[in-house]
Design a protein. Sequence first.
Length: 800
Amino acid sequence: MIRHYLITAFRNFVRNKFYSSITIVGLAFGLASVFLITQYLKKELSYDRFHNGAENIYRVAWVNSNPQTRTPHPMAQAMVQDFPEVESGVSLSPLWGPGLTREIFSIRNPEKDVRYDESGVLAVDSTFFEVFPFQVIHGDSKKMLKDPRGILISESTALKYFGSTDVVGKQLEVNEAKYLVQVLGVFKDVPEASHFHFDFLVSYVREKLLDPGNPYYTWGDFGHFNYVRLKPGTDAKALEGKLLDWSRKYVTFNDDDIRSLKENRYGFKLQPVTSIHLHSHLRWELEPNGNIAYVYLMSAAALLILIIGAVNFVNLNMAQASERGKEIGLRKSLGAFRKQLAFQFLGESVLITAVAALLAVVFIEISIPIFHSVTGKFLSIDRSVFILEVIGLSFIVALLTGVYPALFLSGGKPALILKNNLIQPKGIGIRRVFIVLQFITSMGLISASVIITQQIDFLQNKELGFKPSEVITIPIKERSIRGRVEELRSELLKVGGVTGVSATSNIPGKSFNQNPIYWSQAVDERIDASEAMIDPDFLKVMDMTMVEGRSFRKDNPADANAFILNENAVSQLGLKDPVGKEIVWERDDKEIKGLVIGVVKDFHFQSLHEPIRPLLFRMAPRYNYAVVKVNTTDFATTIRDIEKTWRKFDDKFRFEFSFLDTQLNQLYADERSMVSVLNIFSLLGVAIASLGLLGIAALTFRQRTKEVSVRKVLGATLPNLIVLLVRDFTRLVIVAILLAVPLVWWVMNQWLLNFSYRVEINPAVFVITGLGLVLISWATLGFLTMKTAQINPAETLRSE
């Protein structure tokens, strides 16, 4: 019986090659899309779940009007001491340079003269492996972080420097033999699906010995990343609710502070480590995180593509009912039961879906490198699991798409079927609903893609308050350069094409440290201000505008104790005539007083996801970057000459540079990836929907050939017939457009709320997209319409 079903299914497949091909291609694209996005979704949701007991690990964040990830260094260990439900805790931090930019070290194996520049260094408590059980392959994980003499390195780092992982006891040279460190242990490389990565671990024991008494390690400095592992079964929310009142034991909060924090639901919050990657976007994230909104959008887009393909299948199966009237009627007259017919048609669905699944596998293999190129996400696929998942998904789709047509096709009465040679569905409107659903999806995908593209263009072209074009930034790795900036500037200005040189601790688009500032006559009106140490030429090189006062001067020693504020800082401090006012900058438990000598026009020093916040400039040689303005058509020669000059000041570290505008554009890489994926899905959606429309139209027009012939005999003109045939389908497309607009409008408005600066949704997007879909539908129907409208009535009506 099964063999008979398969033979019949194959014959029907061959007999209806055109319609079967439409169904198979649509389903194949849908299956491939869903599988790819499922792999992406699995990867995004897997972050930090590789740790044993990951569900019990939490990060302590500080949430106020400007929330951040960093909290006081002693906090994790104090929680272990004071809360029995806290099993272990660790404080960690990258090793920072000035302005809280990651310090770059020159590391060398003196035995082999192998040297690299490294920035992936973390300082950690000795309890690090109690909270994060990364695998240690050499060394004693319980002892090595208590030894201040050395460091731990990753497996790949050991291979890079020594060619082996069994390197405990060997030495590495730091910054041209400034000091030697001993390798105390080797750990497995941090998995990709971790919200932070590192290649070197040093103990805080060592750091505190090197810098005793540094306020950075006190309760007064919110400058570290604290994680705790709770005992299984602990109510994390209940513990979180205790933290603010408990913290008064260590942190100076007055009653008004506590009351205000509680009213606004601010304070210390516990973030599950498994949710950080997709749900946390606070200041000072250790690495850029993903975005759950984009996961939802891509998942929805892939699912919609599958739905479009599945709808084609159901629609074409039902539309072909009229073509199979005699077959079904004869089978029922010869004793076939409804269940047998239903299984036959369900078998056909399974066969078509199986062929689609095979084609989907081909699409998937082709698409994986494309997906990696577009999103930057590498999908590693387990082949055995891959095959099972494709088979399972295909079987589910076959059942879901095959049940209704199977029941419908097997349910007619034999006499009526044979008399009319067709089966008319009782709910013929279901086919129209499916067509509308397909074009709602297409309209939604295209419109969303256009709006996201407009937002990205807006972000990239918005006036920032400075000119990033033709500005290159060079990391200052050699500390001695910080005291030789004037000499460096003089030499670089001799390079052809270089028009300006400056230095700064922080550059726009990167993280900025923050500390409280206040007007000396309003001590209680503190605000948090980002800060940057700059040289006197920075504002000029960056084309920033002074709105009051002046910039720093090299020949004025008093400027070393002066400040420049941005307009936002002046506004939040409530200063009406800021120039000449004394403000206090709280830094490292010190109160640094200085006069405001100038106000710079607000500019965007962070991503446009964020609003402009208060900013303070100070003239101090704590530089991390040289900023070079160039104006040349021969960039290659200019860069080569800049590097040659740079080598006179630093022949130890590798020379690196970046274009500032390129760095700023990277802030929106996720959005560009999203729009690329949506563009692909939009094209697929329109193509599959158009193929489905073509198939339905071909069957519908074939059923209306007699009607068209009669109308031609009665005098209908060619334009009349074209309008008659196209009108119903055009109405369905227009209905789909009208239904899609409010839905897309709402969804995209919610997405745009992620940006502090955003475009307004232009109704023209929907008008143009809608007209485009109508034109595509007409183009799809054009050939069939002309062919049907030009039939010869004599041939069609010969048997009547």
